[in-house]
Design a protein around this ligand. Structure first.
Ligand code: HSE
Length: 338
């Protein structure tokens, strides 16, 4: 499967690391062999080679410019040219999320679909702001659009709702959908300052490139929008949601909650009536109180099963890289079973 990778940060590298480390294991899955023919970064240039780039070398390079010259290698192509002119099977979008416009990723995803490529995204921006446009384009092109990594990293929250629960009516979803804020709150409970905890979350690659998207609640809101649209057809916009983050929560607030047998959690909730992201004090005996660090959780309220809860990784390179892999494997399996 020939791939173009947009974004070589924590997530893009996480995916490449899996390709590298699990090469034999992946090949044993019906011969799945990913070939990365293009890599696009925002500030470090691009690489394109129609026969494929060396994954190990991509992982070891400080700068793309250090990639050795080989016949057929193109260094000067821009992202749009690589997407349009190549014969990749799929575009993998793992660049930073833009929650205002979804760009520049949105344009590249639409161009990829228009030129016959499948699209998988970990980037939340395009899915949160232009779900319908992407779906329509994918449908017209007869290509698959997958975005498991946009919600709870590789923990299959969307696949659970869209595939395993198909036939149930999902009425609402509620949970902890941002790893960075949950990590910060957990660390603050252990006595760390807000600033230090945020700096750690950034250093570990959990936070968005602009971490205000995490701490002000917009990342969790984007995930709630995606869940609502993909799982129960509810159109939501950021403007229509009440969103509040955790940046105003002080060590005193944490201590006060603890003295009352409670914990602060940033909860995202969405139903057919609307959605919100509030910081909430919950009892330590509440099931979500034990969801700590970058772990996330989501509870779907369904008509036939009642509540169904999934708990698992919510952020991280390997964890989100796996989400992209799971989408690619679904596309691969679909194409090989035809
Ligand atoms: N910044 C996001 C989070 C990354 O902390 O949850 C995963 O979407």
């Amino acid at each position: 499967m020939k791939l173009i990778l947009i974004g070589l940060g924590t997530v893009g590298r996480g995916l490449l690391r899996i390709f590298h480390d699990k090469r034999a294991e992946l090949e044993s899955l019906d011969g799945f062999r990913p070939i990365v023919i293009g890599v696009v970064t925002r500030t470090r240039g691009t690489l394109y080679h129609p026969d494929g780039l060396e994954i190990e070398r991509l992982l070891s390079l400080e700068r793309l410019g250090d990639y050795p010259d080989t016949p057929g290698l193109e260094r000067g192509w821009d992202a749009e040219r690589i997407v349009r002119a190549s014969d990749a099977d799929a575009l993998v979008e793992a660049s930073p999320s833009n929650f205002q416009t979804g760009q520049p990723a949105l344009g590249l995803c639409l161009a990829a679909l228009a030129t016959g490529k499948h699209v998988v995204l970990a980037n939340k921006g395009p899915v949160a702001v232009a779900y319908d446009e992407l779906r329509e384009q994918a449908k017209q092109a007869g290509r698959l659009l997958r975005f498991e990594g946009t919600v709870m990293a590789g923990t299959p929250s969307l696949r659970l709702g869209m595939q395993a629960l198909l036939g149930c009516r999902i009425e609402s979803a509620r949970g902890i959908l941002n790893g960075t804020t949950n990590y910060i709150l957990t660390q603050m409970e252990s006595g760390m300052s807000y600033d230090d905890a945020l700096a750690q979350a950034q250093a570990l690659g959990y936070a968005e490139s602009d971490p205000s998207a995490d701490v002000d609640g917009w990342d969790a809101a984007a995930k709630a929008i995606i869940v609502a649209r993909a799982l129960f057809g509810k159109h939501l916009t950021f403007d229509a949601m009440q969103v509040k983050g955790i940046s105003a929560i002080t060590p005193e607030d944490i201590a006060f909650a603890r003295a009352s047998g409670e914990r602060w959690k940033l909860i995202a909730e969405v139903s057919r009536d609307g959605g919100s992201v509030p910081p909430v004090r919950i009892s330590v005996s509440h099931p979500l109180a034990g969801v700590s660090g970058t772990t996330n959780a989501i509870t779907y309220a369904t008509d036939l099963l009642g509540d169904v809860t999934l708990i698992g990784a919510g952020a991280g390179g390997a964890q989100t890289g796996f989400a992209l892999l799971s989408d690619l494997l679904e596309i691969y399996t679909d194409s090989t079973s035809r």
